[in-house]
Design a protein around this ligand. Structure first.
Ligand SMILES: *Cc1c(COP(=O)(O)O)cnc(C)c1O
Length: 386
């Protein structure tokens, strides 16, 4: 009989997580060790030194590869450690085409550090496929997109972007942190490598930092493992354990996140006081159609514009359930002010062009009761008005 292909919800709980061969422990142990005994000279167990490999990390990498539908995953100390390791594949003179409103930390790393090493970055509005193609040069080695982008939810067509990149023999990276593989599977749409900050939804409980790159390209995986073991930006076994605990409930959490995200986006978009609501699930959103085609959900990141810094300040200070904090993707609802928090490193002219105005507020909608969340937003909007 043909073996049934396991579905996502089952893989999330079982992929990479065999009971411990020695004790039968159901949960993968936290292998807190820096080195491994070698049975005899020239023979090892497959594990030699913890910068190179660790069984808890192997379990996490196997699990995350399965969730993205990839062959290889390499897990890092943070999303930014993953991005930095990726840059280790390139050399001075190489060029990367990047979505122009990616995660603020990526902008900072590329411009403040990697440009000094001779890499060049072409910041491009990649939702415009013509602009994406025009940005490609003979020296381009990677197309790097985030969709939807943080915080104004600009959508790029992943399949079309991969077609363009591949026509020029360039790999495509997709930062899939916001959607997670529950809603969006970039490798199946033609992308070559997927990035996650596991700090966000994959871990899901705001209690660990991590990153991962997933790919089907064996050569790229080998290159990433080489940079990983050489530069050492790796995730601790304890944090691997936390992310593995997180991915077990990823599917159910994402369904609830999205239900609440939709409710919040609809609520805000109906308020006259709110000048603009950014959520790919709203029909009015410019990326709605492309997003609906390439993803099976809209997520729980919502941004909206209150028109002025003062209104945003009053709103944020009045919130009671939503907590004022950077980051996203945890079970609890958070609110932040991108212009002064997550995107402070992006120059003001670029921020304005991207819609990251002084009045913009970003919400990471959690999995609390939706009615409680709407009541909190309602009272904070009233406070913002006076
Ligand atoms: C947080 C985040 C990152 C960076 O990840 P860290 O784990 O904070 O280093 C990259 N991309 C996106 C979309 C993020 O939200």
């Amino acid at each position: 009989m043909m073996k049934r292909k396991r579905s996502f919800d089952t893989l999330a709980i079982h992929a990479g997580q065999e009971p411990d061969p020695m004790t039968g422990a159901i949960m993968t142990p936290i292998y807190a060790t820096s080195t491994y005994a070698q049975p005899e000279l020239g023979v090892n167990t497959g594990y030699e030194y913890a910068r190179v490999s660790n069984p808890t990390r192997t379990a996490l990498e196997t699990n995350l590869a399965a969730l993205e539908g990839g062959e290889h995953a390499v897990a890092f100390a943070s999303g930014m450690a993953a991005v930095s390791a990726l840059m280790g594949l390139f050399s001075a003179g190489d060029h990367v085409v990047v979505s122009d409103n990616v995660y603020g930390g990526v902008y900072r790393a590329f411009e403040a550090i990697f440009r000094r090493f001779g890499l060049d970055f072409g910041w491009t509005g990649t939702s415009d496929l013509g602009a994406l193609e025009a940005a490609i040069r003979p020296s381009t080695r990677l197309v790097y997109i985030e969709t939807p982008t943080n915080p104004v939810m600009t959508v790029t067509d992943i399949a079309a972007a991969s077609e363009i990149a591949h026509r020029h023999h360039i790999p495509l990276l997709v930062d899939n942190t916001f959607m997670t593989p529950v809603f969006q599977r970039p490798l199946e749409l033609g992308a070559d490598v997927v990035l996650h900050s596991t700090t966000k939804y994959l871990n899901g409980h705001s209690d660990s930092l991590g990153g991962v790159l997933v790919t089907n390209d064996a050569g790229m995986a080998e290159g990433l493992r080489f940079v990983h073991k050489t530069t050492g930006g790796l995730i601790s076994p304890f944090e691997c354990f936390l992310v593995l605990r997180g991915t077990k409930t990823l599917a159910v959490r994402m369904r609830q996140h999205e239900k609440n995200g939709r409710a919040v986006a609809e609520f805000l978009s109906e308020r006259g006081q709110v000048q603009k609501t950014y959520y790919p699930g709203l029909r009015s959103h410019p990326g709605h159609e492309v997003h609906a085609r390439q993803s099976s959900g809209f997520g729980a990141m919502v941004a909206f514009d209150l028109g002025s810094f003062e209104a945003a300040r009053r709103f944020l200070n009045a919130l009671e359930i939503f907590t004022l904090a950077e980051s996203l993707g945890g079970v609890e609802s958070l609110a932040c002010h991108p212009a002064s928090m997550t995107h402070a490193a992006v120059p003001k002219e670029l921020r304005d062009a991207l819609g990251v105005t002084e009045g913009l507020v970003r919400l990471s909608v959690g999995i609390e009761d939706a009615a409680d969340l709407l009541a909190d937003l309602g009272q904070a909007l009233a406070a913002a008005r006076c």
